[in-house]
Ligand binder design. Sequence first.
Ligand code: SF4
Length: 199
Amino acid sequence: MQSTDYQFDVTTYLDTLYEIYKNIDNEYEKAATYYEFSCNGCETNCCDTVFYHYTLIEYFAVLEGFDNLSEETRTVALERAHSYVKTLNRYRGKESQVKIMCPLNFEGLCSIYKHRPLICRIHGLPGLLTHPKKGTQSFTGCKRFESINKKERKELIDRTPFYTQIATLEGQLRKSMDYLLKFNKTIAEMLIDRNLTGY
Ligand code: SF4
């Protein structure tokens, strides 16, 4: 993305990220096939769960997806983003108590599907993450998976290589950009900050 908003060309970093995403999707597919699990027919929508995202590289991917949307869709998404953050501000520190639909979800579908962040790709199925110092942490699947799955959990999506690869990429990008600040934003905050309109 050689965006006019940024002086830095992140194209090669994004290409690498999308390759990592492909591998994540393959792992997800393998596990979904084993569990015979699909999001089809789900009456809830995990896009209303508040997630924070921590990397600049995924921020640029979201923005690239956003830029591909029609002007009308972008306008609606931005309006929704403002309303999202107003609600979220009442629940800071207790985000699990609130459900707010992601501003990029239209009619139940992700409008930036190819660009959606890692957590949006792996949320539904059980997994694990091994940290060199903190040990191994396990994750359950989404509520629906937990309620309908009858199979033994033999397929756990190992998030470790993907987190490691994205962290490495993030490190390289930050170094090249000389970017030192922490990144911690919801999708709504990413969209608003891009436009610098405040909230
Ligand atoms: S980015 Fe897409 S998949 Fe992720 S929460 Fe938003 S609408 Fe859902």
